[in-house]
Ligand binder design. Structure first.
Ligand code: F6R
Length: 264
């Protein structure tokens, strides 16, 4: 697992965005896996400004989002489809028809999940998947106890996740307690994974992800099995790791090696 520890959330966003920009430059028709939540917002801002300054184009890119609330239409301000339009899609040149978010208003959510998996395969799989992480170690809406081989499916949210996300809903507003989410198995099939975490409230989950056992109790620990995963985290999120200096040393050595070989 590659662990990159940076000073703060701004550096995390820049570093993460650069990985995506390089990916799109290498493969202009990249299939991106995208996430919502607070953490990726700063990264999306970096991507928007890279697009506006002509550093990158999303014209041939397609995307699949990790998850969506079940019971909300894409025009609902709390839906993840709406979030993606506001935070990214409306500000770049991506073809909206090439952006997929699980349909929260599907009449038959079970077949919608199968269709989502099918659509990802049809595109040739996800080239690079962006992830945040919940305080309980969830990725997507794969809450603790999720099968490590799970596919896109309907998931019940834990009380902790409902409480964490309550801040986005008004006091009298209906807050869904079900979701459609890519499974851990789906996520593990993407060719690369970039997980972002910032702030001390993620420190425990990051410790369990990097140094804990591989366990469904911390769904993100399944990433230990992935060949190309990078965790981009700030000092606060790294604060419970046993050997921060060692991870920093590895990253320095990696950078030196890449420079010597003229690679990025
Ligand atoms: C969002 C998602 C979630 C979030 C996680 C962290 O699509 O899949 O797993 O990444 O809940 O959310 P924030 O970034 O708001 O702390």
């Amino acid at each position: 697992m590659k662990v990159v520890i940076l000073k703060d959330a701004a550096e995390v966003a820049k570093y993460g965005a650069d990985i995506f920009i390089k990916q799109i430059k290498r493969k202009p028709d990249s299939v991106l896996g995208l996430a919502t939540g607070s953490t990726p917002v700063a990264l999306y801002k970096e991507l928007i400004s890279a697009y506006q300054s002509g550093r990158v184009s999303f014209k041939n890119v397609s995307s699949f989002n990790l998850d969506e609330y079940l019971g909300l239409t894409g025009t609902h301000p709390q839906s993840y489809r709406y979030f993606m339009s506001q935070q990214l899609f409306d500000h770049i040149d991506i073809e909206k028809s090439q952006t997929a978010v699980p349909p929260g208003d599907a009449e038959d959510p079970f077949s919608a999940c199968e269709q989502y998996e099918h659509n990802i395969k049809q595109k040739g799989g996800i080239d690079i998947q962006l992830l945040g992480i919940g305080r309980n170690g969830h990725i997507g809406f794969n809450e603790p106890s999720s099968s490590l081989m799970s596919r896109t499916r309907v998931k019940t949210l834990t009380r902790a996740t409902i409480d964490d996300n309550a801040r986005f809903f008004g006091p009298d507003e209906y807050q869904p307690h079900l979701s459609i989410t890519m499974g851990i198995g789906t996520i593990l099939e993407s060719k690369k994974v970039v997980l972002l975490a910032t702030g001390a409230n993620k420190a425990e989950a990051i410790k369990a992800t990097v140094e804990g056992p591989l366990t469904a109790a911390c769904p993100a620990s399944a990433l230990q099995m992935h060949e190309h995963v990078v965790l981009v985290i700030d000092e606060a999120a790294a604060s419970q790791l046993a050997d921060v200096d060692f991870y920093k040393h590895i990253e320095m050595e990696n950078q030196k090696l890449l420079e010597r070989l003229g690679r990025d």
